[in-house]
Design a protein around this ligand. Structure first.
Ligand code: BTN
Length: 323
């Protein structure tokens, strides 16, 4: 109901009375007043003058469900949104609620994370005020060996969303790092619960340095990390960027379920900055050097080693020779 009150305020050019809101939404005036108070507490600037009514003057720069839902209407990811000022990790929270049975498409968003997780057990720096930390729950009717495709799919969705909202064309480094000017500004962590032949759920977590000042980052990240703002020179709407990503993710998800991974791989190749490069691939204890030559049907990276051996890796960390 709170989101409906907000949507009604948004749709008005001028003030609208509490009476009119209560009639149009079929709730009491007291309920309307309470929802308006909650919206004000969340940071919406709503002027209320006796005799004229309520006027929405300013929306907060936060990833609030009412803001996201405004752009996600009709989409799977707009139906069940859990928002937190801070969480340990949106992925951990998403897994906990997925275990409890939340529906596919549930979205978990936080303004900051205390223990943001990166791939391979790393830490994801997640300060408040400029980043996006979001995780979606999917329940694809697929086998666990088909899960790595989601990592490529999410990277493509992000690249397309960044281009749409900023005009910047990121590069994808296998499997799913997004780079601007050769530096990483976005990472994806896909986790799953499965049995041998069936996925129970997947959570796809995305961290994007949007309007973040890289000087605030711990020293060890400063040389290799960047943000959209650092490259573009201006702030970008996080709400628009996140919702553009989620819409694209949903489209690509449907394509994956209907047509398989090959259209996704084709698109991934168009954005990639890995193929054709000399790479060092670290997978577990192994370090393999050579040229990245292809992506196989399941999204694995094919590397032609300096020793002439051709190997395919399903997971690992790539360092481009020029990095
Ligand atoms: C990586 O490149 O190492 C992956 C980084 C993924 C970070 C995101 S932020 C939202 C979600 N929650 C987490 O704890 N991690 C992912």
């Amino acid at each position: 109901m709170k989101c409906k009150v907000l949507a009604l305020l948004r749709s008005q050019q001028g003030p609208v009375s509490g009476e009119e809101i209560s009639v149009r939404l079929g709730v009491s005036r007291t309920a309307v007043w309470k929802h308006i108070q909650t919206l004000k507490e969340e940071g919406y600037k709503i002027i209320s003058r006796p005799g004229t009514g309520y006027l929405l003057q300013e929306v907060p720069d936060l990833l609030l469900p009412g803001e996201l839902a405004h752009y996600l209407s009709g989409s799977m990811f707009g139906k069940n949104i859990e928002y937190y000022p801070t969480l340990q990790s949106t992925n951990d929270h998403a897994k906990a609620i997925a275990d409890q049975g939340v529906p596919e498409g549930t979205l978990v968003v936080a303004e900051s994370q205390e223990q943001g997780k990166g791939r391979l057990g790393r830490f994801w720096f997640s300060p408040e005020g400029g980043g996006i930390y979001a995780t979606v729950v999917l329940r694809p009717p697929l086998r666990p060996d088909q899960a790595p495709g989601f990592t490529l799919l999410a990277a493509v969705a992000l690249a397309q969303a960044v281009l749409k909202e900023t005009g910047l064309a990121p590069g994808i480094k296998w499997p799913n790092d997004l780079l601007l000017s050769g530096k990483k500004f976005c990472g994806i962590l896909t986790e799953m619960k499965a049995e041998m032949d069936r996925i129970h759920y997947l959570v796809i977590g995305t961290g994007i340095n949007v309007n973040v000042d890289i000087q605030l980052f711990p020293e060890e990240f400063r040389d290799t990390a960047t943000s959209v703002k650092a490259i573009l020179g201006q702030d970008v709407s996080r709400v628009r960027l996140l919702t553009a990503y989620l819409q694209t993710l949903e489209n690509l998800y449907r394509i994956y379920l209907e047509q398989g991974l090959s259209p996704i791989i084709k698109e991934w190749k168009a954005w990639n900055v890995t193929l054709g490069q000399h790479v060092t691939l670290t997978s577990g204890n192994e370090v393999f050097c050579g040229r990245a030559v292809d992506i196989d049907d399941s999204g694995g990276l094919v590397v032609l080693g300096n020793n002439g051996e051709r190997r395919t890796f399903q997971s690992g960390e790539v360092t481009l020779r020029n990095q």
